[in-house]
Write a protein that binds this ligand. Structure first.
Ligand code: RP5
Length: 165
């Protein structure tokens, strides 16, 4: 695995890590170097902007922004970089992540952010989407993605349901 991080996973709080860990694990499974950081659109705005502004020149290819509640992080990152920015809404304490989802998805025209499902499924899919983008220029990675999809299909098709008593 190359040590140059290609994907930046940025989350608004370390309280997001239990969900975003699934994103990091998925990237690791595909051998993609990533860096995971806590940066907040509200609590550390300058650092979040600097991170996004320098990401491309540091060799990053994709940024994943995870946040809950007001959830401005992914949009703020996208405002400062041309790299693709994926957003994962965190399941918030009071509104279960619906607030995060609506905040993330409502970007103004001109600054796109691709928003995924709330919670762990979104965290995994943001990683898989990153893999799919990186695989466009990497035949070996494309083959790994095909193998992953085939094994997933096989697992689902091999499931059996219990007989009724
Ligand atoms: C957001 O506020 C974070 O992304 C997190 O989901 C939420 C709560 O943060 P903490 O108060 O747990 O640090 O900015």
């Amino acid at each position: 695995m190359s040590t140059q991080p290609l994907v930046g996973i940025v989350m608004g709080s370390d309280s997001d890590w239990p969900v975003m860990r699934a994103c990091a694990e998925t990237l690791k499974r595909f051998g993609i170097a990533y860096e995971a950081k806590v940066l907040s659109a509200h609590r550390t705005p300058e650092a979040a902007l600097d991170y996004a502004a320098s990401a491309e020149s540091r060799g990053m290819k994709v940024l994943i922004g995870a946040a809950g509640g007001a959830a401005h992080l992914a949009g703020v990152l996208a405002a400062k970089t041309q790299l693709p920015v994926l957003a994962v809404p965190m399941p918030s304490k009071h509104l279960q992540g619906l607030d995060s989802l609506l905040a993330m998805v409502q970007m103004p025209g001109g600054i796109p952010v691709a928003t995924f499902a709330i919670g762990e499924a979104g965290a995994v899919n943001a990683a898989l989407f990153s893999v799919a983008m990186l695989a466009l220029g990497d035949a070996e990675l494309a083959a790994k993605l095909s193998a992953f999809r085939a094994s997933q299909t096989e697992k689902v098709l091999s499931k059996t349901l219990p007989d009724l008593p």
